[in-house]
Design a protein around this ligand. Structure first.
Ligand code: P6P
Length: 343
C-alpha cells in the first residue's frame, strides 16, 4: 500500500528538497491547518454544539455574523498569535488589522483570512470553508522608499495578489479538504479523522482549459453589465447557439465549494459587478477571497480577472476592498474578458 504523505511531510519536502518555503512559513501553514481542523470539528457538531444561528452582531461589511463566523475567527487568531512567525493578521470579521501582542515574538509574515466563507449555508448544512492568504511584511521602507515606521500598519497588507507566498482554503463538506499552493502547483489534503491529520490526496491539480459548466447567481441577471449577459445568454443557447455545445449551471453560494468544484473538474465562476450597488466593484473581497483563490486557480493552469485585468496584478487601495471576479477554465475566462474589452 502506498505510504500516506501527511501535510507535514509535504511541507518539509517543499522546504528541504525544493527550497520553496522557509521553516517559519512551513510552521505557519501547519498552524493554520491545525486551526482548520478545530473549525471543522466545530462545524461538524452543528446543532449539537449550539453553534448554529446568528451571533446578533454585524461585521465590517454590515453583514449579520453567524456564531460560527466568530468562533472560526477566534480559533485562527488564538492559534496563530503566539508562534513567532506572524507580525499581524487581517480578517473579514474584523474592522482593522490584528497586531500580534507584544508578549509574543514578532515574525515576518502577514496572515489574511475569511474565517468562514459561505455563512448563509451554515444553518442549512451546505459546504462552507476557510480561505487564507500569506504575505511577507514589507521590508523597512514604505512604498516611496522612505524608511517606514516600526511595526505593522494596514498599508503593509495592501500588496497585489502576485506577492502572496502561500494561499489556500479548507472546505468543510462531505470531506474536510485543505487545498494549498506555495507557488509549486496546487495540492489537496483530505482530513483523516482517525489519524487526526491531513493526508495528501492530489497534487499538481490542473483545471481543464475548456468547460461546459458555469457558476453564477442567475437571480441577478437583470442587473448585469452587457458582456456578462452576452456570455451567459450564449451558454444558455446551448448547441443551437454560437457556442455549439450545451452548458450546465451550478451555484452553491459558497465560493470555497464552487472553486473546489472548478479545481476538481473545471468550470467558470463569475461574481461580476452589477447595477444593484454600482459604486461597489463587486461583492467578493480582494485581499482574502479573490487573491488566494486566483493564485490557486492560476497555479492549476486556470485564469482569473475582474473582467478586464488579472486579479493578481490589482493594487489594493483598502483592506476590505471588493472586486468583480471571473475565474476558472482559462479559455472561458479569456472569452469573458474579451467580451468586456469589446462591449
Ligand atoms: P450570493 C458567501 O457569502 C459569498 O461571499 C461567497 O462565498 C459566495 O460565492 C457569494 O457570497 C454568494 O453570494 O449573492 O449568491 O448569496
Amino acid at each position: 500500500m502506498s505510504s500516506k504523505i501527511s501535510l507535514s511531510r509535504y511541507l518539509v519536502e517543499q522546504q528541504r528538497s525544493k527550497g520553496h518555503i522557509p521553516a517559519d512559513l512551513r510552521l505557519l501553514l501547519e498552524v493554520v491547518a491545525r486551526a482548520c481542523k478545530s473549525i471543522s470539528h466545530a462545524v461538524n457538531k452543528g446543532a449539537l454544539g449550539g453553534v448554529l444561528g446568528s451571533a446578533e452582531s454585524e461585521n465590517v461589511q454590515g453583514e449579520v455574523q453567524k456564531k460560527l463566523d466568530i468562533i472560526a475567527n477566534e480559533v485562527l487568531l488564538e492559534a496563530n498569535e503566539w508562534g513567532g512567525h506572524l507580525a499581524a493578521m487581517a480578517s473579514e470579521e474584523m474592522d482593522s488589522i490584528y497586531l500580534v501582542p507584544n508578549r509574543y515574538p514578532q515574525g515576518e509574515y502577514l496572515l489574511l483570512f475569511d474565517p468562514l466563507d459561505g455563512s448563509s449555508n451554515i444553518d442549512v448544512n451546505v459546504s462552507i470553508g476557510t480561505i487564507f492568504s500569506v504575505l511577507k511584511k514589507p521590508e523597512g521602507t514604505s512604498q516611496d522608499g522612505t524608511p517606514s515606521a516600526p511595526g505593522v500598519t494596514e498599508q503593509d497588507f495592501l500588496q497585489p495578489g502576485k506577492q502572496q507566498v502561500a494561499a489556500g482554503y479548507c472546505v468543510y463538506g462531505p470531506q474536510t479538504t485543505l487545498v494549498l499552493t506555495v507557488g509549486d502547483g496546487v495540492a489537496m489534503f483530505t482530513l483523516d479523522r482517525e489519524q487526526g491529520s491531513f493526508v495528501l490526496t492530489q497534487e499538481n491539480v490542473q483545471v481543464p482549459a475548456d468547460t461546459q459548466e458555469f457558476a453564477i447567481n442567475m437571480s441577478n441577471m437583470r442587473h448585469w453589465a452587457d458582456p456578462v449577459r452576452k456570455y451567459i445568454d450564449e451558454c444558455l443557447q446551448g448547441k443551437e447557439g454560437p457556442r455549439g455545445k450545451d452548458f450546465n449551471m451550478r451555484w452553491i453560494a459558497s465560493m470555497v465549494a464552487d472553486v473546489h468544484r472548478i479545481l476538481t473538474r473545471g468550470g467558470v465562476f463569475l461574481y461580476p459587478w452589477d447595477k444593484r450597488e454600482p459604486h461597489k466593484a463587486g461583492k467578493l473581497r480582494l485581499l482574502y477571497e479573490a487573491n488566494p483563490m486566483s493564485w490557486l486557480i492560476e497555479q492549476a493552469g486556470g485564469a482569473s480577472t475582474n473582467g478586464h485585468t488579472r486579479i493578481l496584478d490589482l493594487q489594493p487601495g483598502q483592506l476590505h476592498e471588493r472586486v468583480s471576479v471571473v475565474l476558472g477554465s482559462r479559455n472561458e475566462v479569456e472569452r469573458i474578458t474579451q467580451y468586456h474589452a469589446e462591449i
